[in-house]
Design a protein around this ligand. Structure first.
Ligand code: ATP
Ligand code: MN
Ligand code: MN
Length: 299
């Protein structure tokens, strides 16, 4: 972990002053991924990931004994939280427990040391708490939905965002689906942004009720894709681009070029362990220009 860049990739690997206890602890026992292995993964993607996790309230899925042990979804700092992990009061809940925020690579390394195996940011920064800077649409396929249909749904969302004058980017969830993410100029508030996301989901379900639903009822999902717009309320989260998932396989949520969507790339295709060939094959950051493409929420 404390080493100079030995990769051939253009970006130098960042260094950390965080101390790792038990670097050989297995976080994903069946995949042989250790704490040190996860730290090395994040060192490689830090330059791409940072804008999506720095200076945002974070919820963490912590698994101190690895993915086969207990899981805790945590929004608040805990006793003995590493000093590299910041604590910040929610301006709307000043008397409540603080929230978790990181500001640098040491912060991410402290999350690794703390067995935070999933990182789930808000869709707003702590510079602009009340004004989201992205919309996340989470495509949740029910049983009997093909991967081509999930891709089709993502392309349909892209079209709808673009028709509304907004840009759209896509990533694998690292689980079962895709996330379509649209950058916003932080101007509209949470209520308006969530209402916009809901209206988009509802109109897709209305236009093609055989394929899409906009309500989370599990029993109605069979054969359909739930357009989960519920990531977009104040305090709601979605897994970060490049975050690992606390599931077998050590998959990550991987930003893609739209042209990469295909049957060849399943939602859990990219993992902590196959990142090096991914990075060397990438010509560009697939989400290059994300924040530059931001537009205000349309009226
Ligand atoms: P998949 O492809 O399997 O649907 P996903 O990340 O889209 O992966 P989930 O892991 O089911 O979906 O979680 C949906 C969202 O709900 C997550 O992105 C997360 O931010 C939030 N979430 C997950 N677990 C909790 C929890 N225990 N409490 C609050 N929010 C949670
Ligand atoms: Mn999902
Ligand atoms: Mn969901």
């Amino acid at each position: 972990i404390h080493r100079e860049d030995t990769q051939s990739s253009a970006k130098p690997v960042p260094k950390t002053s965080v101390t790792f206890s038990h670097p050989q602890r297995l976080y994903w026992p069946n995949d042989g991924v250790t704490k040190e292995g996860l730290a090395d993964y994040y060192a490689q993607v830090w330059h791409l990931m940072a804008p999506y996790i720095v200076d945002r309230p974070l919820a963490l899925l912590r698994c101190p004994d690895g993915i086969d042990g207990p899981h805790f979804f945590q929004k608040h700092p805990w006793r003995g939280t590493n000093k590299a992990i910041g604590q910040i009061a929610d301006p709307k809940d000043k008397r409540g427990e603080p929230l978790i925020r990181i500001t640098d690579f040491d912060g991410l390394m402290a999350l690794v040391q703390s067995a935070a195996l999933e990182i789930h940011p808000w869709g707003a920064t702590t510079r602009s708490w009340e004004k989201p800077d992205m919309i996340t649409m989470d495509l949740d396929p029910g049983e009997d939905v093909t991967w081509s249909d999930v891709i089709g749904a993502a392309l349909e969302l892209k079209q709808r965002f673009e028709d509304a004058g907004l840009a759209a980017f896509v990533k694998t969830s690292g689980g079962k689906g895709l996330h379509v993410v649209s950058p916003l100029k932080p101007q509209a508030g949470w209520t308006a942004v969530k209402a916009f996301a809901k209206a988009m989901a509802v109109s897709m379900a209305k236009d093609d009720g055989d394929k899409f639903i906009a309500v989370s009822t599990k029993s109605k999902r069979r054969g359909r894709i739930f357009i989960d717009y519920l990531r977009n309320g104040r305090g709601n989260t979605a897994v970060a681009p490049y975050s690992s998932r606390a599931r077998p396989g050590a998959a990550v949520s991987m930003p893609l070029e739209w042209s990469e969507l295909s049957d060849q790339i399943s939602p859990d295709y990219f993992t902590v362990t196959n990142i090096a060939p991914r990075l060397s094959a990438m010509k560009n950051d697939p989400w290059k220009g994300f924040f530059d493409a931001a537009q205000p929420l349309p009226k």
